[in-house]
Design a protein around this ligand. Structure first.
Ligand code: DX5
Ligand code: ZN
Length: 218
């Protein structure tokens, strides 16, 4: 079963609680929450305060994607705010193994994200410690960008490495997912597909979510 994780980056922030309920009622299990610091990526979003304000209104698994430098400084804050899972970028810290352990020690699942130009070798010695590898299929920072097709080969190679290692690591993809690219990444081996604009920028986000979900689980 391939999961669609709606990203609130493209939601209407003036009625965020309602938007989260819409995708939850439509059958979503995971909510993707993008944190940007204006340094690691050229955009700013929100912090742990927003995560804790939506936490009491949703039972969804909160998948927090940290696009911030030195993520180790904020893991505790996002865990306390109600994150279930935290993904950090391999490019954003000098001590990737340490920050992965920090996330797991707090009882959360841990992921590492790789920018489009980053090699899978960044996670070669970490794969068995990870619950997820996030393959960025756009350059991080903005919703609504175009999918980078060269990332498909990377997803296939990661799927082969995970099979070979015998671990249970999920492959999440993030960026430019729509009804066409969703099928391609699912065939390549991705198991969680983040969808921002393809869900929340649509006139009926619940319908858009269900259609994407059905398209990849036929
Ligand atoms: C981009 C973020 C994504 C974003 C994806 O840097 O990490 O999660 O919401 O947006 P779409 O699905 O619109 O490409
Ligand atoms: Zn993201």
């Amino acid at each position: 079963m391939v999961k669609i994780a709606p990203s609130i980056l493209s939601a209407d922030f003036s009625r965020l609680g309602e938007q989260v309920s819409i995708v939850e009622q439509a059958g979503a299990e995971i909510l993707h929450i993008d944190i940007m610091d204006g340094h690691f990526v050229p955009n700013l979003t929100f912090g742990p305060g927003l995560v804790s304000s939506i936490r009491p209104h949703s039972k969804l698994s909160f998948d927090v994607h940290l696009m911030i430098e030195k993520p180790e400084q904020y893991i505790k804050d996002f865990a306390s705010a109600g994150a279930n899972h935290i993904t950090v970028h391999a490019e954003a810290t000098s001590h990737l193994h340490r920050v992965v352990q920090q996330i797991k020690d707090l009882g959360l699942t841990a992921g590492v994200a790789l920018n489009p130009a980053s090699s899978l070798d960044s996670v070669k010695y970490l794969l068995e410690d990870l619950d997820m590898v996030l393959i960025m299929t756009v350059n991080p920072g903005f919703g609504g960008q175009k999918f980078i097709p060269a990332c498909l080969a990377k997803i296939e190679e990661l799927r082969a490495r995970i099979l070979k290692s015998g671990t249970n690591c999920e492959i999440e993809v993030d960026g430019g997912i729509n009804s066409g690219t969703a099928l391609e990444v699912a065939r390549a081996g991705a198991t969680i597909l983040v969808a921002g604009a393809a869900v929340f920028a649509q006139p009926d986000p619940a319908l858009a979510f269900r259609q994407l979900h059905e398209a990849v689980n036929k």
